[in-house]
Ligand binder design. Structure first.
Ligand code: FAD
Length: 393
């Protein structure tokens, strides 16, 4: 049987992240094993509560990129990828959904927040008292992000925000919302800004959406009805949201693909164990040549995928990582995760399709990875634009 120790060893083998990050990984894994897995059923019924965020704060796994002078660890942004890989590796990650993945918002505040904003929000992010959400997507604007309609109009020392957002991770519970709005609508992509809207602001309403997977997660709608916030809630420069966002979007894609590798690895381990235990036609499932071939294919693909991700982590370290890298990774690794989960479910038979089986929930969770943070087709079209311009490669 593949023990947890063995699995951990396989995962940290020649890690490109470095020893500090591997220590951090162990903390995140312990958090999921001790605090999230045992409560997964409860979360499925009622959604993940605020208490689990505070618990994550106690474990020190939130706001890792916050500089030391503000009480954070000042970790490299790759800590967000390590945490995401563990979110994928934990079967309960498929229940709680994006959850701590919204920590990419923290990095945005680290890069662009004012001193006042940092002092106000960093302590609450670290402790898990606030839940963050990055609210961009709207019903008429998903892949085509610059066509958003939510506006913020300046009135004296305030912005007045009107519009709505949907499909937002932590959308119903978030009490630190980064609303991406139009401050200069005719300027399209060059007229977008990021404005902080704290939970409880009058005119703000939030609703949890029913989703195919992420049963204990929080994918929500956010409505802004004449929401007034001080102009000091603007993050970074007015009208520069899209250019400020580029590194955040890229990091978001990388945390998603790290999650893909974590999930694919765990799916392989769970399936191997199942094939060793399950008996059909008088023998163990693992004794069929077809099973061995399938497992060999899965293991090979996961290892190739990990080697690819490791190479990108090294590029990040060396400062040679590009947006195109994040697009290619998003295509390849999320598709790899889906292929892996599909093949694993097949080896589980009917039980792989039962909701009570973690592999079933991991399969459903794998499906959305190819859609959010830029669908596979959008990634291809972004890559494609480079082929049109001479000298762009
Ligand atoms: C669980 C979940 C969590 C999410 N969390 C957040 C969040 O926290 N914040 C946020 O702002 N948004 C969030 N989203 C929204 C997500 O980013 C969008 O769903 C995604 O960008 C796709 O937009 P859309 O759903 O409007 O699909 P559309 O834009 O309507 O795209 C539909 C399909 O069109 C195809 N397509 C897209 N672009 C192209 C192209 N260039 N060429 C050809 N075909 C193309 C793809 O197949 C795509 O799936 C979340 C979504 C989900 C499901």
């Amino acid at each position: 049987m593949l023990t947890k120790e063995k699995a951990a060893k396989v995962q940290s083998y020649e890690s490109p992240y470095g020893e500090d990050m591997e220590m951090f990984r162990r903390t995140v894994r312990t958090f999921f094993e001790r605090e999230v897995e045992p409560r997964a059923k409860e979360f499925e019924a009622n959604g993940a509560d605020y208490a689990i965020w505070r618990k994550a704060g106690e474990y020190g796994i939130l706001g890792t990129t916050i500089p030391e002078e503000y009480g954070g660890a000042g970790a490299d942004r790759m800590a967000i990828m390590v945490a995401a890989e563990e979110l994928g590796y934990a079967p309960s990650g498929a229940t709680v959904g994006s959850f701590i993945g919204t920590d990419i918002c923290t990095n945005f505040l680290v890069d662009h927040g004012t001193e006042e904003q940092k002092k106000q929000w960093f302590p609450c992010i670290l402790s898990g008292e606030v839940v963050q959400a990055m609210a961009l997507t709207e019903p008429e604007s998903g892949s085509d992000a610059t066509s958003i309609r939510t506006t913020a109009v300046r009135e004296g020392d305030h912005y007045v925000i009107n519009g709505m957002k949907h499909f937002i991770s932590n959308g119903a519970k978030a009490n630190l919302i980064y609303a991406i709005v139009k401050t200069d609508p005719p300027a399209k992509g060059r007229g977008m800004s990021v404005i902080i809207v704290p939970g409880g602001t009058p005119g703000l309403t939030q609703r949890r959406m029913i989703t195919q997977g992420y049963k204990g997660g929080d994918t929500g709608e956010i409505y802004f009805d004449n929401v007034r916030v001080p102009v000091t809630n603007l993050v970074g420069e007015e009208n520069r949201a899209m250019s400020m966002f580029i590194p955040t979007i890229s990091l978001d894609r990388m945390q998603i693909v790290a999650r893909s590798i974590g999930a694919a690895q765990r799916a392989f381990e769970l399936t191997l164990e199942h094939c060793r235990n399950r008996r059909i036609f008088g023998q163990r499932l693992v004794e069929f040549q077809n099973t061995q071939f399938e497992l060999a294919k899965i293991e090979t693909e996961v290892n190739v995928g990990r080697a690819y991700l490791d190479s990108l982590v090294r590029k990040m370290r060396a400062g040679t990582f590009t947006d195109a890298d994040s697009s290619m990774a998003k295509i390849w690794l999320t598709e790899l995760e889906f292929r892996t989960l599909d093949a694993c479910v097949q080896l589980w038979g009917g039980s792989g399709w039962m909701d009570e089986n973690p592999i079933s929930r991991m399969f459903t969770a794998a499906r959305v990875q190819r859609i959010f943070a830029g669908a596979t087709e959008l990634m291809k079209s972004l890559l494609g634009r480079r082929y049109l311009a001479e000298g762009a490669l």
